[in-house]
Design a protein around this ligand. Structure first.
Ligand code: NDP
Ligand code: ZN
Length: 353
């Protein structure tokens, strides 16, 4: 089979590989559509998870099942499925401890395009099919379905990690597709005021649609100063970080109220340390915390998030700004994600309707 791969840090290309083998609890799927992720850019061009050779890229998409193992109960060939970016081993101790995304070790649930071949190929392998796949509701088209792999679950996880409550004021740093879903999640959770950081006009427009009230540009000076100016010096109750770099947390601590929580889903591709400002951290006693986490996978969560889209309560259609058809467009879609033109939110390549 052919697949689009990371050849080594900084280099991508088409490769040929054997079709993966299906274990008793596994499934082999063929993609119906795939989406490109900013994480692919960190992985390939920043070498953020280290060197990888001939690893097929991609961890976002929906698919048709072509083969299942003898122990798989709920899926059969021909089923159309949502594929989560994170596919934990559900019988691991970490999963039993509530951290399935770290099954087998830190970030161990992130298998596709990390330490196993991903979705950008004619066929791909899914471990623990009953635990990880979810049926694709008929009412969700294949492009929107791709947003359920990573953008919705990750953006929403930032909101969960920040513990957004009814009436909270929330700062969302970064309004790419992940941050847009954090804005949507904060709105669904009842935030009273959402300040959003980001400049690309298309993202700003989408953030307004999802419920952002005011906008801040990181290009116009420190974020914390702008937030404090907008909040009468008080700061915000919660922060979701879905963009920026290792310096972003310092600004967030500075404009967070005592007792505030920062939920981080940004993938830090470079830098060594994160600085916490001593005084604004309440000289160690401010009850200000940072919770950073990889999105949880799992069929139950996928089905619940899918139900939100199927019911019309969450409209993800604003995210896929560039939709292509056919394998030839995969390299172009990845290049777009690297270049981030002003009108880009998320590139999707579909192979079926
Ligand atoms: P984008 O690059 O599309 O968006 C990044 C956002 O951050 C943009 O709004 C950008 O603004 C803004 N930004 C850029 N620089 C700064 C800065 N210095 N300070 C503040 N804001 C800044 O990314 P995605 O939405 O696709 O992804 C966001 C992050 O989430 C990525 O790092 C990605 O790898 C990560 N991720 C994490 C996952 C997880 O499970 N934890 C899963 C999937 C993704 P502008 O409008 O100017 O471009
Ligand atoms: Zn992703």
């Amino acid at each position: 089979m052919k697949g689009f791969a990371m050849i080594k840090i900084g280099e991508v290309g088409w490769i040929e590989k054997e079709r993966p083998v299906c274990g008793p609890m596994d499934a082999i799927c063929k993609p119906l559509a795939i989406a490109i992720c900013t994480s692919d850019v960190h992985t390939v061009w920043e070498g953020a998870v280290g060197e990888r050779h001939n690893m097929i890229l991609g961890h976002e998409g929906c698919a048709e099942v072509v083969e299942v193992g003898s122990m798989v109960k709920d899926f059969k060939p021909g089923d159309r499925v949502l594929v989560p970016a994170i596919t934990p081993d559900w019988n691991s101790l970490e999963a039993q401890g509530g951290y399935s995304m770290h099954s087998g070790g830190m970030l161990g649930g992130w298998k596709f395009s990390n330490f196993k071949d991903g979705l950008d190929s004619e066929f791909f392998h899914v471990n623990d099919a009953d635990g990880n796949l979810a049926h694709l509701p008929d009412s969700i088209n294949v492009v929107d379905a791709c947003m359920l792999s990573d953008m919705v679950p990750t953006g929403f996880h930032g909101v969960e990690l920040a513990d957004v409550q009814f009436g909270d004021s929330v700062l969302v740093v970064g309004i790419g597709p992940v941050g847009l879903m954090s804005v949507a999640g904060a709105t669904l959770r009842g935030a009273s005021r959402i300040l959003a950081v980001g400049t690309r006009p298309k993202c700003v427009e989408a953030a307004k649609f999802y419920g952002a009230d005011e906008f801040i540009s990181y290009k116009n000076g420190p974020i914390d100063e702008q937030v404090l100016a907008l909040t009468g010096g008080k700061g915000v109750d919660k922060v979701v970080v879905a963009g920026g770099d290792v310096t972003t947390y310092e600004a967030c601590i500075k404009c967070l109220k005592p007792g505030g929580k920062i939920g981080n889903v940004n993938y830090l591709g470079s830098g060594t340390y994160i600085n916490i400002p001593r005084v604004e951290w309440g000289v160690g006693m401010g009850h200000k915390s940072i919770h950073g986490g990889l999105m949880p996978g799992g069929r139950l969560r996928m089905e619940k998030l899918g139900a939100l889209v199927a019911s019309g309560k969450l409209d993800v259609s604003k995210l896929a700004s560039h939709v292509f058809e056919g394998w030839d467009y995969v390299p172009h879609a990845l290049q777009l994600m690297k270049d981030k033109p002003a009108d880009l939110i998320k590139p999707v390549v579909k192979f079926a309707d």
